[in-house]
Design a protein around this ligand. Structure first.
Ligand SMILES: NC(=O)c1ccc[n+]([C@@H]2O[C@H](COP(=O)([O-])OP(=O)(O)OC[C@H]3O[C@@H](n4cnc5c(N)ncnc54)[C@H](O)[C@@H]3O)[C@@H](O)[C@H]2O)c1
Length: 264
């Protein structure tokens, strides 16, 4: 898997899965735009990539702002020359005074719902909208969206996240079929529980331990393990793959949820 001569843009690349993807893309010869709302983290990832001999630029962008999406796509094209790979990956739970990010459906605050949909779904829609004309002119391109197993099945207490990620899965399919004949592939990855600051911030320590019990592999995933799948989907090796929702979850969603028939 090599990306020489290709340019990529990864959102939420200052940390976790996005950081691993940006680093992996650059390590395989691609030039990458590291976009994040957190400028210090974006600059740190660019420094890591350039220290390893790769090519990267930092872009400070808030994907909930339409103007920032225009800016990050046009800067990538102007400064790196192309847009072969777009990874829509940024996400953060909004911190709102007096409002919990975790609540049952009927107790979910409208503002929390809207903020979650803005960063988790609308931003992905807008970035695809801006990237397609560029990729259409090139005659090729690969978009990979970070959805989640939470977009395929339900969790307790994070309804807006479940709805946003389900939206990403079907948005991926629609864009995939609409642009398949233009040489643009669109796929998404559905990670399970991955060891990143996002999960550590969302889950209590006791809950983190329980993940080891519910994941057949008995451990959280690593960001690099998601990057490997994302980069495969981005690469020419996946030339006949479009509209897919690729699950990478250590076996978590392979289960029915029934108790074990095996003796204890
Ligand atoms: N960690 C998991 O268990 C898990 C599981 C399934 C899906 N995901 C998804 O993976 C993606 C990456 O998450 P992660 O676990 O690597 O988390 P992370 O917190 O390590 O990284 C997320 C990055 O997104 C950035 N970000 C947040 N809001 C932004 C905004 N408005 N504009 C631009 N950047 C913004 C953050 O600054 C951060 O650098 C997310 O879409 C998340 O929903 C994560």
């Amino acid at each position: 898997m090599r990306f020489e001569g290709k340019a990529g843009l990864v959102t939420g690349a200052g940390s976790g899965i996005g950081r691993a993807t940006a680093k992996g893309f650059a390590a395989r010869g691609g030039a990458v735009a590291v976009a994040d709302i957190n400028g210090d983290n974006a600059n740190r990832v660019v420094a890591e990539i350039t220290a390893a001999g790769g090519k990267a630029i930092a872009i400070i962008a808030d994907v909930t702002r339409s103007g920032d999406i225009d800016m990050m796509i046009s800067r990538t094209v102007h400064e790196l020359g192309r847009l072969d790979f777009l990874h829509n990956n940024a996400f953060g739970f909004s911190a709102m005074p007096g409002v919990s990010a975790v609540a049952a459906t009927a107790d979910t605050d409208d503002r929390m719902w809207n903020a979650t949909l803005d960063v988790g779904l609308t931003a992905v829609f807008r970035a695809i909208k801006r990237a397609v004309p560029v990729m259409r002119a090139q005659g090729s391109g690969s978009i990979v969206n970070t959805a989640s197993i939470s977009g395929l099945y339900a969790d307790y207490g994070i309804v807006a996240y479940n709805a946003a990620k389900a939206g990403v899965v079907n948005l991926t399919r629609v864009a995939a079929i609409e642009y398949a004949r233009l040489g643009i592939r669109v796929n998404c990855i559905c990670p399970g529980a991955i060891d990143t600051p996002l999960l550590a911030g969302a889950a209590q320590p006791a809950m983190l331990k329980k993940f080891n019990e519910v994941i057949p592999m008995g451990r959280l995933g690593r960001p690099e393990e998601m990057a490997n799948v994302i980069l495969f989907l981005a690469s020419d090796l996946a030339s006949f793959v479009t509209g897919s929702a690729y699950v990478a979850d250590g076996g978590q969603t392979a289960k029915t949820g029934s108790p074990s028939f095996l003796p204890e």
